[in-house]
Design a protein around this ligand. Sequence first.
Ligand code: ATP
Length: 240
Amino acid sequence: MTTAQAQRIAAKHHPRRIALFGGSFDPIHSGHLAVARAADRRFNFDEIHFVPASRPPHKLKQHLAPFPHRFAMVALALTEHPHFVPSVAEAGEDFSGAQLHYSVDTVRYFRHAYHGHGDRIYFIVGADAFLDIPMWKEYEALLGLCDFIVANRPGIRAEALRLVIPPELMGRDGKRKDSEAVHESSVVAHLYRTSVYLLENVASEVSATDIRRRAHRGQSIHGLVTSRVEEYILKQGLYR
Ligand code: ATP
């Protein structure tokens, strides 16, 4: 590529806002989709990548549905959303999802893939998961690699979220100079290069644990997952 070509491409490039939403998605449910839609309304993403976790390090002991099933359900749940993307970032080379992946590496992978001028990566996470972040690999580095959008969950207070961020990582004094189109009142913290935002009023009681329990007991899961996902769970006999 010549310098002129590169400059033309750079001039045309509009900065993209890319969100990553990771989870075990066992199965993906209406709570996840409500969070993604609310985040999308507020931050206006170009793409939201739903990343089914390989084997989440904190859920090693828990039995998880095989990766291909969890991925299939994510793909089925996203069909109506043109810029919601099912991601195989943690599938591994053989697509088995058997290998352990860490969020910090996944974020680095996306930063490498989206490195255009002004592109920004956001990590969507539930408040319960954010409270566990000190257990994550290289979490201090991770907090500096991308912005976080924390969806509140019943019973978790905003102040608790701030407490898990090491004070020495806090950067600016709450004033952002760039033109973020987000309301300052929902900023949990500004770090040196990144920010942690709180997404309020999205908390729902839906959890994957409850859905698995219901399916196991033969109870209806109608309305808790999309109809395609419900059909898939029934056809594959998952969670029985
Ligand atoms: P499980 O019940 O198996 O622990 P889960 O319902 O919490 O699962 P995960 O796949 O572990 O679902 O969640 C992925 C992410 O979505 C996590 O960050 C989690 O906090 C968040 N999340 C899940 N359900 C909700 C909900 N109802 N409201 C807000 N955030 C949620």
